[in-house]
Write a protein that binds this ligand. Structure first.
Ligand SMILES: [Ca+2]
Ligand SMILES: [Ca+2]
Length: 270
């Protein structure tokens, strides 16, 4: 069954507006170079099975067509219910040694930030590195987060090698240096899958900072566990799939952006 984010459309739209209004203007994420790698748990410790998610990892250097359909509306990562949050490594198709960090904003606006993975490379990934520290399914626990927590995630492209000279890309297009989408998101089973693009610029563009991006959004792929109830709150079944592009396979749902959702909302009301 394909599903889409259609929960409480009218009230959700109101909530989103309020959230956006209280968010700070788009700005680069503040990366703390003194962060250290949190404990990484193996899948034998966490019992998390990465296998069902590997089919959503886009083939290397194959552009995701219609990636905008899978753009993550960051306000969607709002936790209605308190839950212990974990992030699991699924795969990476990157020459870069990328890094991932998170930001959690409480209902009262208090921000917590931290490192999740310091070196997103693996001997098992689609572009493997013999000294890559991660195994598929490895997880980092971010701790219990309260109801009303707003989550967000940021990738520092080749940050392990380039440190502060790296590009930082997130879910908010306006805050990305190239003003492009760098994250795709899907809901699948009780989880949310996030795929990042680590290269700057449009596909096949030249000049400036452009890195001839392949737009494959597989450069760092993760599964986010915010709990089944929170995912269900974001995702509800729809009669027919509205999108069947890109990575989206059986049972996956795009976390549509606001514009798409509003279009769907108006269509539903007709
Ligand atoms: Ca790639
Ligand atoms: Ca890429």
């Amino acid at each position: 069954m394909k599903t889409a984010l259609l929960t409480g459309l009218l009230t959700a739209a109101t909530t989103v507006t309020a959230l956006v209004a209280t968010m700070a203007p788009a700005s680069a994420f503040s990366w703390n170079n003194s962060w250290t790698q949190p404990t990484v748990y193996s899948k034998t410790q966490t019992k998390f099975d990465d296998a069902p998610f590997q089919k959503f990892v886009q083939k290397e250097r194959v552009e995701i067509q219609g990636a905008q359909q899978f753009m993550l509306d960051p306000s969607k990562l709002m936790m209605k219910y308190a839950h212990d949050v974990s992030v699991f490594f699924i795969n990476e198709g990157a020459g870069f040694r990328n890094q991932l960090a998170y930001e959690a904003t409480s209902a009262k606006g208090a921000k917590t930030t931290g490192l999740i993975f310091n070196d997103i490379s693996s001997t098992e990934s689609i572009i493997s590195n013999s000294d890559g520290p991660l195994k598929k399914g490895d997880g980092v626990n971010l701790g219990k987060m309260a109801a009303g927590t707003q989550l967000d995630f940021w990738l520092r492209a080749d940050g392990k090698n380039k440190g502060s000279k790296s590009n930082i890309f997130g879910t908010q297009v306006a805050s990305n240096g190239d003003k492009l989408q760098h994250v795709v998101a899907y809901a699948y089973k009780n989880y949310i899958l996030l795929g990042f693009e680590d290269l700057w610029g449009e596909k096949d563009a030249t000049g400036g900072n452009n890195q001839k991006s392949d737009r494959d959004f597989n450069d760092a792929v993760f599964v986010l566990d915010i709990g089944a109830a929170n995912v269900r709150n974001l995702v509800q079944p729809v009669p027919e799939p509205t999108v069947t592009l890109g990575l989206m396979g059986a049972g996956a749902a795009a976390l549509f952006g606001t514009r798409r959702r509003r279009q769907t909302a108006s269509a539903e009301q007709q």
